[in-house]
Design a protein around this ligand. Structure first.
Ligand code: COA
Length: 158
């Protein structure tokens, strides 16, 4: 597995993964908004370019072989949503869950956090999201506080 910078080179693989999530699912970790037109070639390129030039958030796609298996994003401290939504966001396509993909990607992303000088990263998830909570605990995360129905974790950057 490796983390790749979002790129047009993975357009077909990304679309194949996107189809698996299906309509109505929010693909955490991909930076996708309702305004992005990922169906057209130009729209996809524009979206990828927006991700690549974002100086306040590092986006990576989790790739295994020819497949995009997930996405992960690291908001930097300067990002306006880092306080409320946490630094880390991630999602693994349904068919690839439960085999360590997210745990691996979080560990890798902590290295990128070290590269941008972060000593700790936070992540916020719903209290009933057992898989995400287990992922964060496995990465060394500790519960800090609750925000409504969500819990915030803080993870030391090794
Ligand atoms: C959360 C998510 C990213 C986990 O990805 P994953 O690749 O399946 O996670 P891993 O295989 O690395 O498993 C991590 C831990 O979660 C546990 N886990 C996995 N699926 C689980 C489930 N459905 N229920 C409870 N625990 C689960 C694993 O046992 C593992 O814990 P362990 O290390 O103590 O054994 C994935 O379920 C997902 O994409 N969910 C939808 C998007 C989302 O919720 N993103 C996070 C938003 S905060």
């Amino acid at each position: 597995m490796h983390l790749v910078v979002p790129s047009d080179d993975f357009a077909a693989a990304w679309r194949e993964a996107h189809a698996e999530w299906g309509p109505g699912f929010h693909e955490d970790g991909f930076g996708l908004t309702a305004d992005d037109d990922v169906e057209s070639a130009q729209g996809f390129s524009d979206w990828v370019e927006r991700l690549r030039v974002d100086a306040e958030c590092t986006y990576r796609w989790i790739v295994q072989g020819e497949r995009v298996v997930g996405g992960i994003a690291l908001r930097h401290d300067s990002h306006e949503l880092a306080d409320r939504l946490g630094h880390l966001g991630y999602g693994v396509r349904p068919s690839e869950r439960g085999r360590g993909v997210a745990s691996w990607a979080v560990r890798e992303m902590l290295r990128l956090a070290a590269d941008v000088g972060m000593a700790r990263v936070t992540a916020v998830c719903e209290v009933d999201n057992a898989a995400s909570i287990a992922t964060l605990e496995r990465a060394g995360g500790e519960r800090v506080d609750f925000i409504g129905s969500a819990v915030r974790f803080s993870i030391p950057v090794p």
